[in-house]
Design a protein around this ligand. Structure first.
Ligand SMILES: Cc1cc2nc3c(=O)[nH]c(=O)nc-3n(C[C@H](O)[C@H](O)[C@H](O)COP(=O)(O)OP(=O)(O)OC[C@H]3O[C@@H](n4cnc5c(N)ncnc54)[C@H](O)[C@@H]3O)c2cc1C
Length: 339
């Protein structure tokens, strides 16, 4: 029987794959890359993909590799750093829990994000003022064009807001492992996100114990349906469906939040734009709708199809464009379908 993508995605959407390979070692992963002909989809935890109802006419390679290797520098843990190399198939959330436990600083605000380590450099995963680009030292990949292993230092990864050279050049690079460089200590990195600072009772730029930051982030995320829970349909999503648009200041609607960018433009809030365009939490009838806890998440309320989800996404995107003149762009990767 053919494997169904909907059994492997957090949206629980997507039809069958023609073939399926589960790679549990790096060797199996590389062998799959070298031998499979035709279309190929590398799949991690399936938390950032929207797959067509028709499925994927090719081979899905499921990344299921494992291994965490930590090289701790220096005798004094308060001065040394930790170089930690993690296989692509490891769970991101387990890595964050381990980092907090072992007093590795820099990913505590990324608690509760689903998916696997190998996918985190693809869109430079970020939340609550942190992003993986701040702690990634290097990414080791299989290059499907050059047919060999390559290592990209952080500066060569092209990291930006929810993007990287890997996302910009889709299907070329398969992440084998990611090396993080963490400072060590029991206080987290300076808190850069106002809502998190408020929850922790600290000022912006101040630091708080790692475990407190993690708990505060998990609490905030749960209140927004952003921690996976099979019983909560608000979490049957791909996280934020649209990225926050970056626009010229002149094009910013009155009252819209604005975060200045290095290139002189401003980033604004997709959630704000959506709300102001009349789409509120819980919007939508039938099996798809906006999350009742978070405007930016499009959810499967049970029994939905990908086409229904995309129809809602188009309605929201077009409504925002008609109201504000700003066209939202999807964050998840669309497989076999279009917005
Ligand atoms: C409830 C919820 C909350 C979320 N919150 C956030 C958040 O706060 N911040 C955020 O940034 N994201 C968030 N996301 C999105 C998602 O969790 C992340 O993007 C995550 O890193 C995706 O990992 P994955 O293993 O599930 O990737 P998948 O969905 O399996 O794949 C995503 C893309 O990466 C590619 N890919 C996966 N693994 C590899 C690999 N080893 N090599 C090459 N390409 C690969 C796939 O081909 C695909 O194009 C959220 C999602 C959900 C469902």
């Amino acid at each position: 029987m053919r494997e169904l993508l909907r059994d492997h995605t957090t949206l629980r959407l997507g039809g069958p794959a023609t073939a399926w390979v589960r790679a549990t070692s790096e060797q199996e992963l590389v062998e799959a890359m070298s031998s499979i002909e035709g279309p190929l989809l590398v799949l991690g935890g399936g938390s950032n993909v929207v797959v067509a109802d028709d499925g994927f006419d090719g081979t899905v390679v499921e990344v299921a590799t494992s291994g965490v290797r930590a090289d701790i520098e220096g005798e004094d843990p308060t001065c040394g750093g930790a170089m930690v190399t993690v296989a692509a198939g490891e769970s991101w959330e387990d890595l964050v829990a381990q980092a907090v436990e072992r007093e590795w600083i820099g990913v505590e605000a990324l608690s509760g994000i689903p998916g696997l380590v190998g996918a985190t450099p693809i869109q430079n995963v970020g939340a609550y003022g942190q992003e993986v680009a701040q702690t990634i030292a290097q990414v080791r990949v299989w290059d499907r064009v050059l047919m060999g292993v390559r290592t990209f230092a952080n500066a060569d990864c092209g990291f930006g807001y929810r993007t990287s050279r890997f996302k910009a050049d889709p299907e070329r690079h398969v992440v084998l492992d990611v090396t993080f460089q963490f400072r060590q200590g029991n206080l987290g990195a300076p808190v850069e996100y106002a809502e998190l600072a408020r929850t922790l009772g600290v000022d912006l730029g101040q630091r708080a114990p790692l475990a407190d930051v993690r708990e505060a982030v998990l609490e905030l995320r749960r209140s927004k349906g952003m921690v996976l829970d099979p019983d909560d349909h608000d979490t049957w999503s791909a996280g934020s469906f649209f990225t926050n648009p970056v626009v010229d200041e002149a094009g910013l609607p009155d009252g819209a939040p604005a975060w200045p960018q290095e290139d002189g433009r401003v980033k604004t809030s997709a959630a704000w734009l959506i709300e102001q365009a009349g789409f509120h939490k819980g919007y939508g009838a039938g099996p798809v709708g906006l999350s009742t806890k978070h405007t930016l998440a499009l959810t499967n309320r049970g029994g939905a199809t990908t086409e229904q989800l995309l129809a809602l996404a188009r309605e929201v995107r077009d409504g925002v464009e008609a109201t504000h003149g700003i066209r939202l762009v999807n964050e998840p990767v669309l497989v076999g379908c279009q917005l």
